[in-house]
Design a protein around this ligand. Structure first.
Ligand SMILES: N[C@@H](CCC(=O)N[C@@H](CS)C(=O)NCC(=O)O)C(=O)O
Length: 203
């Protein structure tokens, strides 16, 4: 079994899907969280100056989605054939688009621009994505792809706290299929154990 070390800020952010997938796989990993004030000192030593960084037997790699996909393949949750693998990639990219649109609003520093973007984001963009994501779960037997658990499901649920933090609301509140998916994922024994033992963070 390889050794894993995941380095990130002391938050969930884009690292939490990796932590979920490692936990699902039942492997031990070093959950390396640095203090925010140490980031300027650490940044030059990170691949492309960013985190998360995963070390596998001491070999370092960046990019959270690539890392998640790599791990998901090891743990048998990356699709049963090439088409399912593609469908998973597509839904993961869609979730990433969704998160990015909320992040663009959340991190906007010009108050007037932020105000102008708020209506379209909350009245159109967020409902549009959630209606489609919810419909996809309904159509696929309670999961995003192929009626079976995949890393797309783990990624979505792992990312929800960060998305909700940015949107300042429980975005899936009225989406029954997404709510059921969340419950199913959080009830997986290894995910439950991870969520119980992870350090607290709001985002
Ligand atoms: N596409 C990359 C994005 C990584 C990224 O944006 N990392 C942020 C934290 S979420 C970061 O390192 N920010 C600090 C900086 O860029 O100085 C991934 O998914 O891993």
């Amino acid at each position: 079994m390889p050794t894993y070390k995941l380095t990130y800020f002391p938050t969930k952010g884009v690292a939490e899907p990796i932590r979920f997938i490692l936990s699902y796989g039942g492997v031990d990993f070093v959950d390396d969280r640095f203090n925010r004030e140490d980031w300027p000192k650490l940044k030059p030593s990170m691949l492309f100056g960013q985190v998360p960084i995963l070390e596998v037997d001491g070999k370092k790699i960046n990019q959270s989605t690539a890392i998640s996909r790599y791990l998901a393949k090891q743990f048998g949750i990356a699709g049963r054939n090439e088409w399912e693998a593609l469908e998973i990639d597509a839904i993961v990219a869609t979730i990433d688009d969704f998160r990015s649109k909320i992040a663009a609003w959340h991190y906007e520093t010009d108050e007037a621009t932020k105000k102008r973007k708020e209506g379209p984001l909350f009245k159109e963009t967020i409902p549009f994505y959630l209606e489609n994501l919810d419909a996809q779960v309904k159509k696929n037997g309670g999961y995003f792809v192929g009626g079976a658990l995949s890393w797309a499901d783990l990624l979505f649920v792992a990312m929800l706290d960060y998305i909700n933090f940015m949107a300042k609301t429980d975005v899936i509140g009225k989406y029954e299929n997404l709510k059921q998916l969340k419950t199913k994922v959080l009830d997986l024994p290894k995910i439950k154990a991870w969520v119980e033992k992870r350090p607290h963070s709001d985002s």
